[in-house]
Design a protein around this ligand. Structure first.
Ligand code: SF4
Length: 401
């Protein structure tokens, strides 16, 4: 009641959401399906006195299982799915003289910012839903069907580096007949608090593997979604293959890596095909810079990645506040994500065997009618809607820049 008016939004939401997760875990009628974001595994350890960049993926899975989670899967799986949809969307815009440049849509901090401040950009934002939302909807349709579980009994719980993901999950377009695709979102720090409250000593846990069912595999391309530049690099690997029939080589795209506010690259797509021009921006400063360049006609990109947080999700507002200097902890987190990619047996989203199976068994093909229904969205003028919920998040982001 009264508290809502005086509590800082973050603190209040944190308390309620953690309680909700505990209720779901204890409810025998509920099947809990957890997902966690690419950036989480290289930062959560810092809350448990581990160095930045320590990869605790396996310990997170064990920690969740010990808490009573029924199914533990990875947002990385749907990061691969997003690449299939967004890559195909870009190709269709290139081939059919569609609205260009296309901007990425996986960061709700950026999407909300654009909806409010640059309404004219709306048709430029990819209609592909974010990995978090694609996960929710695929879990409650495809996975529920495969597991023979009524979707009404399923609760999808996300652990995200991000406060804006809470607001994203509550958008009315992501709630079907009263059933949200994602039921509750915890930030990295909230999750750390929950683990500590239950007495979990993360560094001492034996690592486990993801539940190897239907959505249980990811590629190196998905892993790098957690850093600025990662979505672009992952997308270009797939777009190159789709246009030329050949895998992109060298696979690591130095031009889009690094921590400059705005980075640019041109990619040769082989003889007879147009060169693709791209840009990557992070932080609100980078976002403004890249949008102004496009609007003033100074830049002629086909595809632009924007992440609202400095460093991308690895530097997200819900991540551990590192005692290390920000830049050095980002660099360690970023290096760890690139390392996961380098060591991954499969490094292109289109080669993920479970993504191929998902299309074969359920979706048909990328950008199909069914994909449109489940995995795409539209944008609207949210000037008035986002004003209150997002103001604090932007202030937080600006503070960290
Ligand atoms: Fe959330 Fe920040 Fe990542 Fe955007 S960049 S999805 S606001 S953590």
């Amino acid at each position: 009641g009264q508290c809502i008016l005086v509590c800082p939004v973050g603190a209040l939401a944190e308390k309620d959401d953690t309680e909700k997760v505990i209720d779901y875990l204890y409810d025998p009628e509920v099947v809990t399906v957890f997902q966690f974001a690419p950036a989480l595994r290289v930062a959560l350890g810092e809350e448990f006195h581990m160095p930045p960049g320590a990869n605790v993926e396996g310990q997170i899975i064990t920690g969740l299982k010990n808490l009573g989670a029924d199914v533990v899967l990875d947002t990385n799986f749907t990061a691969d799915l997003v690449i299939m949809e967004e890559g195909t969307e870009l190709l269709s815009r290139l081939r059919e003289n569609g609205c260009l440049p296309m901007f990425t849509s996986c960061c709700p901090g950026w999407v909300n910012y654009a909806e409010k401040n640059y309404p004219e950009l709306r048709p430029h934002i990819s209609t592909t839903r974010s990995p978090q939302q694609c996960f929710g909807v695929i879990a409650k349709t495809y996975l529920a069907e495969k597991m023979n579980v009524d979707q009404k009994r399923m609760r999808v719980i996300s652990i995200m580096p991000c406060t804006a993901k809470k607001e994203e999950a509550q958008r009315p377009e992501f709630i079907q007949d009263g059933i949200p695709d994602v039921d509750v979102v915890l930030t990295t720090r909230e999750f750390a608090r929950l683990l500590k409250r239950e007495g979990t000593k993360l560094p001492e846990l034996e690592p486990s593997a993801f539940d190897n069912i239907y959505m249980g595999e990811y590629t190196g391309a998905a892993a790098i979604f957690g850093t600025t530049g990662g979505v672009m690099e992952a997308a270009l690997r797939t777009v190159h293959k789709k246009i030329t029939g050949l895998e992109l080589g060298p696979i690591e795209m130095e031009a889009v890596r690094g921590l400059e506010h705005v980075r640019e690259a041109t990619i040769d797509m082989g003889e007879g095909n147009p060169t693709v021009r791209v840009a990557v921006a992070h932080s609100l400063k980078g976002a403004r810079q890249v949008v102004e360049a496009v609007q003033n006609g100074e830049a002629d990109y086909h595809f632009v990645e924007v992440m609202a947080c400095p460093g991308g999700c690895m530097g997200g507002g819900g991540q551990p506040r590192s005692k290390h200097a920000y830049q050095s902890s980002w660099q360690a987190r970023q290096a760890a994500l690139y390392n996961i990619d380098r060591e991954a047996p499969v490094r292109q989203s289109h080669n993920n065997p479970l993504i191929i199976k998902l299309y074969d068994d359920f979706l048909g093909k990328p950008y199909s009618h069914k994909s449109h229904d489940l995995l795409h969205t539209s944008y609207r003028d949210r000037k008035r809607i986002v004003q209150h919920t997002m103001k604090k998040i932007w202030e937080e982001i600006e503070e960290r820049e």
